[in-house]
Write a protein that binds this ligand. Structure first.
Ligand code: ARG
Length: 610
């Protein structure tokens, strides 16, 4: 007979937050202002227990008593006996905490019954606008776009899961100089047959040709000999190309009929090509208001800023000067042209009027740091004081040589080919796992292909998210699709392994969950797994502290490893009693659900078999 558990409904169960709240009254009776001391309570190295408080040393300095004595005072005041074994004091005054198995079992049982896996919604939901991906259209998406797209999407999903109102807006670069290039190319260099059959391909070719020729005229030759010959030929017939391109761009902005008509003709094909990639990445946006959307507002923005004396004229240009920056922010050039910054100011105004957000996050690479610093400062001057602006910046994707990743010809690596390659590598990983199965391969060719898509794209995304976003990283297909290490396939494999246990045992997870059976934690590996499972909400909160999805990949990797240790030490289907078998199946199921939910928040899928 299985003992049914009576459930206490506990609203928020973030282990770390709970422990810190238990420390608060104890610390408060010894000193004022305990927040920084509470921060010093962290997950412990496994040999020291589950959590460790390092605050006694700092507190000792404040109160002028020896640290070990202060640690003892804290422990004497601490009320955790329902939740923890008696705290231990170690070394100079560390307080080590071990969570009681009975308490863990009860909490894990609550998570089993909870669709949200015991993750509470934010008590004070905020409204966020996230500006991410934002490629310049008319040129194909390249490797540089993966970071903004994937990081932004993960932040979007995590915020939404925690109960915030989130609005994603893809601020497409659909109005810039690249259109001047494409328009010039179209007028003078197009291959009409090719344009008819593959408009996007032809526009991309024209963009690249014009861009390379401009570079060539500025003194930068392509490395590839065939490209060089082509560029030289174009250059001879089209001198001053940069100037011509700027003229076409200006004409477009001034409403020239022909150029506007071309722009309208090009846009749908460009957007279709973009959306093919977004569909494959399973990324979607609530809004896609590109730069062109703001064009008609720019005049007004500049006027208003001038009227409020926030912007002033300097050498014919309209500028915003700041005390903290040497250079001003130019919002209208002396020839009347508006700039990237002008559009961004208009965008802020629009977003605030439209959605009234508490925060706007810009997931854009680190080279635009100065731009955003000035932009935010300008917005503050303009009167937008209450909203939080945050540049969620990220580093560069490097090739094996440690330089920005390029093709052999020196071009940016196209995103589409990168996805194809990732899927091909994912396929190899899937075959490797399948072929090694003790009873022989199980998967059909069709299964292998569809699993490879999830594994390959998952690997690519995960490899990006796993990085500390602010540093550069070296791109490596080998590493990202490896089955060992902190990779998507490793985590996805843990999920698939649970599914296979359920299939072999012919157990329905839903039926199991509904039975309200108790969890029994006997082995250290079971204890560790339960702790890891209950840390999920802690990990999600960590993600949001500084918008770092790598907090979640670290968590998932840790969970998968802890699961693996459990799997090696604790027989599940052959457990020594029914109660233990049920309990272990519940732990397996909770692990799988947590992995699935965690990966979903990263925009990564799971597979039932691998
Ligand atoms: N299109 C820009 C680029 O490719 C990124 C735009 C980022 N968002 C923004 N609101 N400025 O560099």
């Amino acid at each position: 007979m299985l003992r049914a558990v009576t459930f206490k409904r506990i609203v928020l169960m973030n282990l770390l937050a709970e422990i810190r709240e238990r420390f608060r009254p104890a610390l408060t009776s010894l000193t004022d202002d305990v927040d920084d001391l509470l921060e010093m309570i962290r997950p412990a190295q496994p040999q020291h227990g589950d959590y460790q408080a390092n605050c006694a040393m700092s507190l000792a300095k404040r109160v002028g008593r020896p640290p070990r004595k202060v640690a003892q005072e804290v422990v004497d005041l601490l009320k955790v006996d329902d939740m923890c074994l008696p705290p231990e004091i170690a070394g100079p005054g560390f307080i080590n905490l071990r969570i009681k198995d009975s308490w863990l079992a009860e909490q894990a049982a609550i998570a089993v019954r909870d669709e949200r896996l015991n993750v509470a919604r934010a008590s004070q939901p905020r409204t966020y606008v996230i500006d991410f991906s934002a490629p310049n259209v008319a040129k194909p998406m390249h490797v540089g776009h993966i970071r903004s797209t994937v990081i932004g999407d993960a932040i979007y999903r995590t915020l939404a899961f925690l109960g915030h109102r989130v609005i994603s807006d893809n601020h497409l670069g659909d109005w810039g100089k690249q259109f001047g290039m494409v328009i010039y190319g179209y007028k003078h260099l197009r291959d009409q047959d090719r344009y008819q059959t593959d408009p996007v391909g032809e526009l991309a070719r024209l963009y690249q040709l014009v861009n390379k020729t401009c570079d060539f005229q500025a003194g930068k030759s392509p490395k590839d000999a065939a490209q060089l010959a082509e560029v030289e030929a174009v250059s001879q017939k089209h001198p001053d190309l940069e100037q011509r391109v700027l003229e076409e761009t200006t004409r477009l902005h001034q409403g020239d009929e022909e150029n506007l008509a071309l722009w309208r003709e090009f846009m749908p094909a460009c957007l279709e090509a973009l959306h093919r990639i977004y569909d494959r990445l399973k990324v979607r946006f609530d809004h896609e208001l590109g730069e062109s959307f703001y064009h008609d507002r720019l005049q007004q923005v500049v006027k208003e800023l001038q009227k409020k004396e926030i912007a002033t004229e300097s050498e014919g240009a309209i500028c915003i000067f700041f005390a903290d920056f040497d250079a001003p922010m130019i919002i209208r050039k002396s020839d009347g042209a508006f700039l990237y910054a002008t559009t961004d100011l208009a965008t802020i105004q629009y977003r605030l009027q439209q959605w009234r957000p508490d925060a706007i996050l810009y997931v854009v690479d680190h080279r635009q740091r100065d731009h955003f610093e000035m932009l935010f400062a300008a917005a503050r001057k303009w009167g937008y004081q209450a909203v939080e602006f945050k540049h969620v910046s990220f580093g560069t994707v490097l090739g094996p040589d440690g330089r920005p990743l390029k093709t052999r010809e020196g071009d940016a690596v196209g995103l589409e080919s990168l996805l194809d390659e990732a899927v091909a590598r994912g396929y190899a990983t899937v075959c490797e796992v399948d072929d090694k199965k003790p009873g022989g391969a199980e998967l059909s060719e069709a299964d292998r292909r569809s699993i490879a898509e999830v594994v390959g794209i998952g690997a690519l995304k995960y490899a990006d998210l796993v990085q500390n976003r602010t540093t550069d990283y070296k791109f490596s297909f080998e590493k990202m699709t490896a089955l060992d290490g902190n990779t998507a396939p490793y985590v996805q494999y843990a999920y698939a392994r649970v599914q296979s246990i359920f299939r072999r045992g012919e157990v329905q997870p839903e039926t199991l969950r509904a039975a309200n059976a108790a969890l029994v934690l006997q082995h250290q590996a079971e204890h560790d797994l339960a702790v890891a499972l209950l840390r999920f909400s802690e990990a999600l909160e960590e993600v949001l502290v500084d918008y770092r999805p790598n907090q979640l990949t670290s968590y998932l990797y840790d969970l998968a490893r802890t699961y693996s240790a459990f799997f090696e030490n604790c027989p599940v289907l052959k457990a020594e009693s029914d109660a233990l078998r049920t309990s272990r199946l519940l732990l397996c199921d909770l692990t799988a659900r947590t992995i699935k939910q965690g990966l979903e928040l990263l925009g990564i899928g799971v597979v039932e078999k691998m």
